[in-house]
Design a protein around this ligand. Structure first.
Ligand code: ZN
Length: 294
């Protein structure tokens, strides 16, 4: 029996992207703990983009407490343990100049070079504390496909902490972003990923995954914004397209995509900090060859 730690950026990411496999771990008797980093409860006043999102979500009162409740609902379906850290979502963070990180015109402070060094150090320390106190056999987190800044911060914190704590890392493919892009930010010099691995999701696990995703009802309009869009069909189509790569000839298998992270210890010692700066990877057309999809 193993302990698996999943580190999720937001309150729906682990369920959207990896809950088929997380449920698979639970089914075989492993313990799965899902820690969401950017689950901090913000205090008003809120920025205009935050107010807009609260209205879109239908959560104008206590939005994050109510999203935490949705998350507890989802993890009850999955049989996974749940923990919420107190880091604030980018919507609620400030840039060094005191303005919102996501400004009222929706431009992000990264455009002007903010790199949130203190936040990154605090996230790494938090993840390192989780890894050394819980001692999981594996830590699973996002690859940051789609390059949402909170996803990148999460991934890089896990990447910085896990090799030092001696815990192997696996990335999940971020959904729904992976439905339209395969790009994710470059990795530190000392880390690479191998070819993607597709984990099959059987019918029972798939139904449980859908019931978990159903719990995040406030997020559905944001995640699947087109009128009349059937989110179950969208998720099903992606899972089947990934499952076709499974290679057993059964074309209706569903799957989730992961990458195991390879660490070069000699380079890690020389350069322990993940790279930062947001501009370079915005225009990195190919990433490194090892990061391409198999
Ligand atoms: Zn997210």
């Amino acid at each position: 029996m193993s302990l698996i730690l999943a580190v999720s950026p937001h309150l729906d990411d682990a369920a959207l992207s990896a809950s088929g496999q997380l449920r698979g771990f639970v089914s075989r008797g492993d313990t799965v703990e899902v820690v969401t980093l950017f689950a901090g409860v913000p205090q008003p006043p809120y920025s205009a983009p935050a107010v807009f999102m609260h209205e879109l979500w239908g959560l104008t009162e206590d939005p994050v407490e109510r999203r935490r409740a949705e998350d507890r609902c989802a993890h009850r379906q999955l049989g996974t343990r749940v923990e919420h850290a107190d880091f604030l979502d980018e919507l609620y963070r400030r840039a060094p100049d005191g303005d919102w990180l996501v400004r009222d015109d929706w431009k992000r402070a990264e455009d002007t070079g903010g790199d949130e060094q203190e936040l990154r150090a605090a996230l790494t320390a938090h993840v390192y504390g989780l890894l050394t106190s819980r001692r999981p056999d594996l830590v699973v987190t996002c690859a940051a496909v789609g390059r949402h800044v909170d996803h990148r911060r999460t991934r890089d914190a896990v990447l910085a902490a896990a090799p030092v704590a001696g815990v192997p890392v696996r990335f999940w493919e971020d959904l729904p972003y992976a439905e339209w892009t395969s790009r994710f930010p470059p990795l530190p010099q000392w880390a690479a990923v191998g070819p993607s691995a597709v984990e099959p999701v059987d019918d029972q696990a798939w139904e449980i995954k859908l019931s978990a995703v159903q719990c995040y009802a406030s997020q559905h309009r944001m995640l699947w914004p087109e009128d009349g869009q059937d989110w179950r069909a969208v998720m099903d189509a992606h899972a089947k397209s990934v499952g076709r790569e499974y290679g057993d000839g059964r074309h209706d298998r569903r799957g989730e995509r992961f990458w195991d992270v390879l660490v070069d210890p000699s380079r890690l010692a020389a350069n322990a900090a993940p790279p930062h700066g947001f501009e370079a990877d915005l225009y990195d057309p190919i990433l490194r060859p090892s990061l391409r999809r198999s």
